[in-house]
Design a protein around this ligand. Structure first.
Ligand code: TNX
Length: 514
């Protein structure tokens, strides 16, 4: 019997101090002791809280059934569907169930208890999220072929017997995709949603506007999408989501227990919007389309007679589509707007959103803007701004660019990627402490990996930049701190799962891929 409880071994989260648009290497990778254990037969990412191996095995055969009723039924159906696809067995959802899912446990939110014993599998949770995440753990106990899309023959579908008690360290375990610099279709984003679910990531933050493109249909300002959507970095065709498409994407994510967080970025990074409507420009003529790779940040004309109505209309439509009450207002790099105008705009936007019941999150620049709680600040660059936000009652979402910016190169000789926040190999994406110095755990709502797409123009590059580093971020958000050696060993096993899923991941040479 092996009991694995992970001890704290934190590394400092410090300000990167780097200029985000400077090319210097400034990674601050912390160090942890290499004393971990590979976890033997049970090798799960993200690492569960308590794993007790019972030393036996249990086999799933063609007679297996799955059972769950009420709110457990959709999770039972999803689990059965995955098992059906991989094994080719019938896997009916019927009582009493070889694999039994039940709500009504005393587990913490999103947590679960999973036991595989000689008689079958018991999965309990207090909420459907917990059951869903527990089902993800169960799948990782099975051979990696459990992730294939068509039946594989000759596989012995054996599970180790085990007791697992698990719950996330943080409530928000996110991934941000910048679909503005390059556009990615609903289907392309859904692939990533599938893989996020495998890793218990539960927030998909979509960066829907930037200088190079506008990606969401706004019915009251149709040229935003039609004109502002027709550009991207490099001069490609761009694109946008209709509201129906975004609704479908949100529903697809929700079935996988992932909440979509939409962002349109104001008051900076507004060039695409300004290119669509002359009246949003002080000059009275539309801004010129921008398709460069370099970061500019065209500001909104805050004194314009139509500007606030425009922003209010955009958010009126977008917030109504949002599945949650937290929406992302951007707020970064408004370099051409003075601090008091910036603060007045952000405060106005908070009031406008809160009148409709929404709470905002913004990049850490919103810290000094004088907002009132509740709100959230996404720490990416400036710890002083982040501390200002905390002092105003915000909770912090941790995306320190030196660890969580997945658009950085993973090695010095990588063919593409940024370097201003450092070289981020898998270890650097894994090895950091989400609670910044001087803050406590309750100050932090969670972690988020960010993929900016100036250099990412197809799904092969997207896969390569996201995986396995997004798995490292997922572990940072879900699990207690552990050792790199232990994660490295589990990741070596995990490669076969990523292969079965069809993920074109970067095979970091530090990992012994099996
Ligand atoms: C900084 S992060 C930005 C983005 C760029 C990114 C490139 C942030 C809030 N702003 O506009 O895409 O650097 O790494």
């Amino acid at each position: 019997m092996l009991l694995l409880i992970f001890a704290a071994c934190a590394t400092d989260t410090t300000d990167t101090g780097a200029d985000p648009h400077d090319t210097a290497d400034t990674a601050d990778s912390g160090d942890t002791a290499d004393t971990g254990d590979s976890g033997a037969a049970v090798s799960v990412i993200p690492q569960p809280l308590v794993v007790t191996e019972l030393g036996g095995t249990f086999s799933l055969d063609q007679a297996m059934t799955v059972w769950g009723e009420g709110d457990a039924a959709p999770v039972a159906e999803a689990l059965a569907a995955r098992l059906r696809a991989a094994t080719g067995y019938a896997v009916p959802v019927e009582a009493p169930g070889t694999i039994r899912l039940a709500l009504g446990g005393a587990e913490p939110a999103e947590g679960y208890t999973l036991e595989v014993n000689d008689a079958g599998v018991e999965l309990t949770a207090s909420d459907a999220d917990g059951l869903y995440f527990g089902a993800q753990t169960l799948l990782q106990l099975a051979p990696p072929a459990v992730y294939t899309s068509s039946p594989v023959s000759g596989v012995d579908w054996t599970l180790p017997t085990v007791q697992i008690e698990d719950a996330p360290r943080f409530a928000w375990r996110g991934l941000m995709l910048d679909v503005a610099r390059h556009f990615f279709t609903v289907a392309e984003v859904e692939r990533q949603i599938d893989w996020m679910a495998v890793h218990k990531l539960n927030r998909l933050h979509l960066h829907l506007s930037d200088d190079q493109g506008w990606r969401i249909e706004i019915k009251s300002w149709p040229d935003l999408a039609i004109v502002g959507g027709a550009s991207e970095v490099g001069g490609g065709p761009g694109g946008y989501y209709t509201q129906d498409e975004l609704r479908a994407l949100i529903a697809y994510a929700a079935e996988r227990h992932i909440t979509v967080v939409p962002e349109v970025d104001f008051p900076g990074h507004a060039n695409a919007a300004l290119s669509a409507y002359p009246e949003l420009n002080e000059s009275g003529v539309p801004a010129e389309e921008y398709t460069g790779v370099g970061v500019i940040s065209t500001p909104l004309w805050l004194d314009g007679p139509d500007t606030l109505q425009f922003v209010s209309d955009v958010w009126g439509e977008l917030a109504a589509l949002s599945p949650d009450t937290i929406v992302h207002i951007g707020g970064d790099e408004a370099v051409d707007i003075n601090a008091s105008d910036y603060a007045a705009f952000i405060q106005w936007l908070q009031a406008d959103l809160s009148a409709d019941g929404y709470t905002l999150i913004g990049w850490d620049e919103i810290g000094p803007a004088g907002l009132d709680a509740p709100f959230y600040a996404q720490y990416w660059y400036d710890l002083d701004n982040t501390r200002d936000a905390l002092a105003r009652g915000a909770q912090i979402l941790a995306s320190p660019s030196g660890h969580a910016y997945l658009d950085m190169k993973q090695s010095k000789d990588a063919a593409y990627g940024q370097t201003w926040a450092g070289i981020i190999d898998t270890r650097t994406a894994w090895d950091w402490e989400p609670v910044p110095n001087g803050m406590v755990e309750a100050d932090v709502i969670g972690v988020e990996g960010c993929l900016w797409t100036e250099y990412i123009d197809d799904t092969a590059k997207m896969d390569f930049m996201l995986w396995p580093r997004a798995a490292a971020i997922a572990e940072r958000g879900w699990s207690q701190p552990g050792t790199w050696e232990d994660f490295r060993a589990r990741l070596g096993h995990h490669g076969a799962r990523l292969d079965a899923l069809g993920v074109g991941y970067a095979a970091d040479p530090e990992v012994d891929w099996e």
